[in-house]
Every structure is written in C-alpha cells, then in structure tokens.
Design a protein. Structure first.
Lengths: 647, 230
C-alpha cells in the first residue's frame, strides 16, 4: 500500500494492544516477548553516567522494575489524561502518582518520574511508540497512521489528550473510536446481522454501555452512558481495604503506611479476585512483618455480596442508555461483554437480569477474548479508514457524543446546544450580541455535561469574540458555529454578520496542551519515518540486547540466581553468549530473536526476583527505603497497586 | 481548534469546474463532494417541506448519504475534502435528528416558515410558556401542592401510600393528555401539508399552541416522575 498501513490501537488503563487487518480478519500484533498485551507501564532507566537523557522502557520490562524502584515507574496514566490539577489530586488519594511540585492551576499537571517530569500525554506517547515499534518490527516497514480507542464516556479534553499523545508518538491519529463501538465492530464483522445490540464494557478503570442498531453494515450508536471511575480497580480496592482493616484489628499491624506491603497485598487481592471467577473459594495467606500469618478464606458468595454495590452502579447507566435509545430490555437482541472484569460470574448474572436474557433463551456474547476485542475492533475501523478493502467496504460506524454540549448563560445556567447521544459529527449555530454600547469583545464559556449549572458541568473552553465593530448594544450579530467532529472533539468558528467582519477568536481549552506545546513534546526526531528504517531497527535491537544483557548480568548477583536449577543456569549463560556475539553482527532479525530467547530463558529468574522483592517488602526489610522513595506516604486511602495482571 | 470559514457558495465545482445552479452535496457532473450548501434540512434529503413523512424511508436515505459523505470515507483525502465531508455530514446528521422526531420536525418546519415557538416566542401573541393552560389551572394547582407534600415526606423519610397513589393517577392522566396533544398535532399536520394558504395559517396557529401545551405537560410529567422516583 502506497500510503502505508493503518493499525488499530487499544490504549488501555491496564494493558495496551495493537492490531491490524490480516486479509479479512483482525489479529493482534505480539511484542518482542511474544505477548499480545503490553502492560501500560512506563519506566525510566537509570540516568546514564555520561549524562544525557535516560532511556524509557515500556511494558513487561518496565513492570519488572516496579517493585525495585517504584519512583521511576508509572502505570494507569490513562486516569490522568485530560484532567486538571484538582481532579488529578483526587486520583492521588487512590493511586501513587507523584505530581511534580511546581505544577500550577490551569496547567497540564506533570508527574515526576525519577529526575524527569512528564505530562500524561507524554507518558501515553511512550506506550503508543512501543506499540508502533512492535507493529513496525512485525511488518518490517514504518507505521505512521493509527486508529486509537477511548472510553465512550471520555470528554473532549480526554479525547484531545489522547490525540496529542498519538502525535507525540509520531502517529497520524486518523480516528478516535469509542471502545464499546469498536467491540461491536469486532463482533459484527463476521455476522451480517441486523438488530439492536448492547455492549457492556467493564474494564480496569472505566465502565461504558452502548446501545447500537445494526442494519446493512451500518453500526448506528443509539445511546451511550457510563462511569469513567468504575471498574475492576474498585473491586481490588475494596478487597484490599477489608484485608488491611482485618490485619489491623486482628494482628495490630497497620500496613497502610507501608506502600510496598500494600502493593503486595493488592497483588494477593487481585489473585483472589481472578481465582473467584472460576473457583468457589479463594484464600489469602500472607506472612506479616511481625511473623504472624493473615489467613482468610473468601467463599464466592461472600465475594459476590461484597462487590454487589460496585456492580450495581453499572445498572443505572444501562437503564439510562436504554431509555435514551428508546428500547426496552426485550428489544435488545444481543449483548456483548467486553473488558476483563466481565469475567466475573456475578457480572453475567447482573447483565442477564438487566436485559432479561435467560428468560428469552439468550446468553451474552463472550466468544472473543474480552481483553483483545477492542483492539480487534480498532483494526477493523483502521481498515475502513484505509479504504479499498473488500472485507470492510460495506461497513460504516455512526457514533454519538456521550455528553451534552452547552454554553454558560446569564446566572451560570447552562443553555444546551447539542444534546447527548447526538450522532457525530454534529453542529449547532448560536448567535451572540453585545450588552453595552461600543462593546468589542464577547466572552463565551463552553461546558460539557448534563447538569443545570455551569459550575456542575465540565468546563471545556473559554474564548473571546474579539474585534467586534463598535455598535449600539444588541446590534452586532455574531454567528458562532460549534461542531463536534467524528472524534468527538469540539471545533469552533465565528463570523460577525452585520459588518461582514470576521470575528477573531482564540479558544483557550480549560484543560489541555496548546499546539505549540505538543510540538515540543514530539518524541525524539530519531523516530521519524523518513529515517533509514533498517538502520534504526538495528540500533534499536542492539540497544534492547545491551539493556537485557546488563540486566541479566546484574540478576546473576541476585540471591534468586541460586534457586535456579543447573540446567536453567546453563541455558541462560548460553543464551547470553549467543546474544553477545549476535550483537556484533548487523542482522537485526537474528538479534531480536536471540534477545527474545534470552528473555524467555530468564523469565523464571525474573519471577523469583519479583517474589523475593514482594516477600521482603512484606517482612519490612526494604520498607524504610520504600517509604523514602514514595513521597506520597501521607495519603490515607489504601494505595492500590497497578491493576496489572500478575503472572 | 479554530479557524474562520468562508461559507460562500461556489459558482462552480472546485474539481471539474462545471457550473452549478444550486449548491449540492455532490457535483452533479463529477460526483465529487462539495462544500456544505446553505440548504434547509428537507433539501438535504431532497424532500418537500411536509410534516407527514415516512421515517423508514428517511432512515434509508440517511444511511445512503452517510456512506457517501462520512469523514471515514475521506480519511486520506485532501484537507478541503476532509473539511467539507465533516461539515456536510454534520449538516446531514443535524437534519436527520430534526426530521426523524415528530415534535422536533414540527418545530423545525414552523420555524422555517417564520413562526416563533417556545421561549423564542416574543411577538405580540406572546404567552408565558411556564404558565399553565387555562383548562388545567385547578388541577395543576392541586398537583403542585401534592408534589410539595411528597417532597417533604420524602425528605423526612416518611412514606404516604395515599399520596403516592394520587400522584400516580395524576401522572397517568397527564400522560393521557400528552397523547391527546400528539394526536391533535397529527391532525394539524395534514391540514398544513395540504399547502392551502388559509388552512396552513390556521394549522400553524393551533400547532404553536399545541406545542406550548405539550411542553408544559411534559415538564409536569417529568416533575411527577422525579418525585415518585420511578
């Protein structure tokens, strides 16, 4: 293809994936380590001794350093995308993000990572760049265009931040697609179906529900609803809080101020949660710093009654979405389950009740892997946009805006100009005038949300209509056109009609980066597609090999090394030698394969090291260092670990 | 995020230069997408401005035009074509949203014919849209009292089954009245669609009144539903 490929990317809270259309079928592109999921974790390597910027690693390798040097690692950054300082401070109560100390209200908050500070879009850009590189390795050619998914309930600022991240990563973001809609595309591809479908998407941090109508290959979203703060994390937090309370009351140990212990306990909570999706019971068995054991059996019934309140919070949005779409549960022909949290049996039960499924002899769709389905759908949309493909030429996605768009009127009341669930692109034209003779400026405040008062809605942008010709009050007539584009992002244009003069406007987004700022944050020029691609691949492969070799050498000094069998040790040493010699050559492919080989050979060693770190954290041996490393130890709530999957 | 657009209609197709008599979404000669025409919503669908219309046909046409106009079809096109596709699709979506809904359609067409409706109504016939229709004054007064009582009972955590029942009955009654308004509106549609001038003027007048009444009733039903919490 002359214009290059378009890939589909699921930029998730917990894991990210990249997929593409292989003929008529979307497939996920694996990373170097062979895994489809790239954990959304970004780590900063140690500062190079000779100066310069430290390298950034992403994914499983970044996750490995999480327990050793937590201050150089960040995860769940999606929670911070497009958010203001106040909102970010709220997130800090639940997640160990370290905010840069010089952030001021009105700026995009930056997080501290080792010696450096990054905005959330920059962190996301590193994840996107990793996915881009994975795709480039796979194809052996540059990839410069992508479709990226976002929660359907993301607002304007969160969408813009995601697009900015794409640009920083060197990707032309052809479209932002809503996650539930993408899932519907993945399911709808091989079934020329008609009817009404509901997509119930409960992920790590967000919940979305979308109702779609399928007809002749057109996927028309009727309504969407959700909660950007509801997901598997909430379940983990709950289990964690209970365990911390019980440990405190039964053993007199307060672990809350010990971040590493909390992280380890959270890992146990996640394991228990995952087990309870298949087993009837799960067990906590943890050694405490004082030598006591915290043992707790959680039968599934107890677990289900504990999480009932959390799951019930998805019912309201589902009912509202059905009401907005004008359908009753019986009108919904199919229900699709998306997101890791839908593996919980109690979720199936709730969905069954909400949509009266069993009563109608139906079951929710779970055929596609709930972790991958969104990326697969993004690949389908990418193929639609690339055009000229038989598999998708008949398909078209018509999505909606999740939140109403309004203007602040007199008295702080919101005048809604585009209602929620309007098919996008959507537009509204409003006329403004002056209140005072000779007035040359009119200030406009745009908000997003359903509430009556502007202060209860989300502030989106403020702008001034400038250069209005001086006239009697009420005489100028300025026509402002608000347009929500196909990505769900607002564009504004204006004209003064009486004088025929074009009014000047500078839109200042309430949250977000300016174009110039984004420009300066574009990740190293090294990454530009015009560069010698083969050379770049080789350099990258050499860097990866070098980095892995260093890590392995260090790991051999770790006590965990002694726990390996002689065979395992020999395999590692031989892979090490092989990689060292491959590194001298110029065959990037061989180098990558050998790197992957060594990586696999050291997997058990890495796991042992992780386990050892966890255990020593629990016993309090490294607690002191950890306490100093984390400057947010004053927080009161339990500080849950990344919702990453531990394997 | 921002730029100032020039929406002047071109006299000729930007691509093949063939002159056009009226602005269209596509060039009749070379089929290329054109800047948004200053067309009304009916013209977008090539329809006569009538109130009775076949919504299923409207949907089919909406889908057909979406396939041709949607920005997804122009992801790799020139910047101009991208912008026009976006503006044209926004117009198409706005038009479909207004025309598929019977009430929005009625409001739109009345506005198109120069009528001022709802809160815009500031002419000499101005009625306060928040004022109860004369025939309902007494009932609305009673209902508001009951609503207030119910809110107070709710606030203090008490339940009053009699009050609840009476409110439910009132809700059913007002919903019935809403349905009557909708039936009356449809009758007026046909009078309007006849195109006969005096019939149209009369229909317009009564539709404006019906829409006011409808808005009032709908707010009432919404308030009762809110208080009853179902």
């Amino acid at each position: 293809m002359a214009e290059g490929r378009v890939v589909g990317i699921d930029l998730g809270t917990t894991n990210s994936l990249v997929a593409y259309m292989q003929g008529e079928k979307p497939v996920v592109i694996p990373g170097v380590d062979g895994s489809n999921l790239v954990p959304s974790v970004v780590a900063l390597d140690p500062m190079p001794a000779q100066g310069g910027r430290p390298t950034v690693t992403v994914g499983n390798s970044a996750r490995r350093v999480l327990i050793e040097t937590p201050e150089r690692v960040i995860y769940s950054v999606k929670r911070l995308m497009g958010r203001g300082l106040t909102e970010v401070k709220n997130e800090l109560k639940l997640f160990p993000f370290r905010l840069a100390d010089d952030v001021e209200e009105g700026e995009v908050p930056r997080v501290q990572l080792g010696e450096l500070r990054f905005t959330p879009p920059e962190i996301s850009a590193y994840i996107l760049r990793q996915l881009k590189r994975n795709a480039e390795r796979y194809f052996g050619e540059p990839v410069t265009a992508a479709v990226i998914t976002v929660p359907a309930y993301f607002n304007d600022a969160q969408r813009q931040a995601t697009k900015d991240a794409g640009r920083m990563a060197g990707l032309d973001v052809l479209r932002l697609v809503n996650e539930p809609t993408a899932a519907a595309l993945a399911y709808g591809l091989d079934r020329a179906k008609e009817g009404t479908i509901a997509v119930y998407d409960l992920g790590g941090g967000t919940f979305d529900i979308s109702i779609l109508k399928l007809r002749d290959g057109i996927f028309e979203v009727q309504s969407t609803n959700g909660d950007t703060h509801l997901g598997g994390d909430d379940i983990d937090n709950l289990l964690l809080a209970i365990a911390l309370d019980e440990i405190h009351s039964e053993h007199g140990v307060d672990l809350r101020s010990q971040p590493d212990a909390v992280q380890a306990l959270r890992k146990a909570a996640i394991d228990a949660k995952i087990q309870l999706s298949t087993a009837d019971s799960a067990r906590f068995d943890i050694e405490l710093p004082n030598g006591d054991r915290y043992q707790r059996e959680i039968p599934r019934e107890v677990f289900e009654s504990l999480i009932e309140g959390i799951l019930d919070r998805t019912a309201g949005p589902c009912k509202q979405a059905m009401a907005d779409a004008g359908v009753k549960p019986e009108d919904v022909d199919e229900v699709v389950l998306v997101g890791g949290s839908t593996r919980i049996p109690a979720v199936h039960k709730l969905v069954d009740e909400l949509f009266h499924l069993a009563a109608r002899g139906k079951k929710p769709h779970t055929e596609l892997n709930p972790d991958e389905v969104v990326a697969l759908g993004a690949a389908v949309q990418a193929d639609i946009l690339a055009g000229a493909s038989k598999a998708t030429e008949e398909l078209l996605l018509l999505d909606v805006t999740p939140l109403s768009l309004g203007i602040e009127a007199l008295g702080g009341v919101v005048a809604k100009i585009i209602q929620r669930n309007s098919t996008i692109p959507a537009s509204a034209t409003e006329h403004f005038t002056t209140g005072v003779d000779g007035q040359t400026n009119v200030a406009i405040h745009v908000v997003q949300g359903e509430r009556e008062l502007a202060e209860d809605c989300r502030s989106l942008a403020r702008f001034d209509l400038k250069g209005i010709p001086p006239m009697t009050a009420g005489l100028p007539r300025i026509e402002v056109k608000f347009l929500i584009d196909a990505d769900g992002i607002l564009r504004v244009t204006a004209r003064e009609q009486r004088s025929g003069k074009e009014a000047q406007i500078e839109v200042k987004p309430t949250y977000g980066l300016t174009d110039e700022q984004v420009e300066t944050m574009i990740l190293d020029s090294f990454d530009h597609a015009e560069e010698d691609f083969a050379r770049r691949l080789l350099i990258e492969a050499r860097n990866e090999a070098e980095s892995l070799l260093t890590k392995v050498e260090q790991a051999k000094a770790n006590p965990a090394w002694a726990h390996l069998t002689g065979e395992e040790q020999a395999a590692i040493t031989s892979a090490q030698d092989k990689l060292a010699s491959a590194k001298l050559g110029t065959d990037a492919k061989e180098l990558r394969e050998t790197t992957a080989w060594l990586d696999r050979a050291t997997q058990r060693l890495a796991e042992l090291m992780m386990d050892a770190a966890v255990t020593s954290a629990i016993r309090g041996k490294t607690m002191q260092d950890a306490g100093e490393d984390l400057d947010d130890s004053s927080i009161s709530a339990p500080h849950p670990f990344a919702p990453t999957e531990f394997r | 995020m921002l730029k100032v657009v020039n929406s002047a209609i071109p006299v000729a197709c930007w691509s093949c230069s063939v002159k056009q008599d009226e602005a269209k979404l596509f060039c009749p000669s070379c089929s290329k997408i054109q800047p948004p025409p200053g067309a009304d919503y009916y013209a977008v669908f090539g329809l006569e401005p009538k109130l009775n219309l076949d919504v299923a046909e409207l949907e089919t046409e909406f889908h057909r035009l979406s396939r041709k106009l949607h920005p997804d079809r122009f992801a790799r096109a020139s910047e101009h074509e991208k912008d026009w596709s976006l503006a044209d699709t926004a117009l198409l979506n706005d038009a479909y949203r207004a025309l598929k809904d019977p009430i929005k359609r009625t409001e739109y067409l009345l506005q198109l014919s120069g009528a001022q409706i709802g809160e815009q109504n500031s002419g000499k016939d101005r009625r306060d849209p928040s004022r109860a229709p004369a025939d309902l004054l007494e009932e609305v007064f009673d209902l508001n009292m009951q609503l207030e009582e119910m809110r107070m009972a709710r606030a203090s955590g008490e339940s009053d089954p009699n009050l609840e029942k009476s409110l439910s009955e009132a809700k059913a009654k007002f919903e019935g009245l809403l349905n009557e308004v909708d039936t009356d509106l449809r009758t007026q549609w046909t009078a309007w669609d006849s195109g006969e001038e005096s019939a149209q003027a009369a229909a317009q007048k009564s539709m404006i009144a019906l829409l006011d009444r409808r808005r009032y009733l709908r707010n009432l039903v919404r308030d009762v539903t809110e208080v009853l919490g179902d």
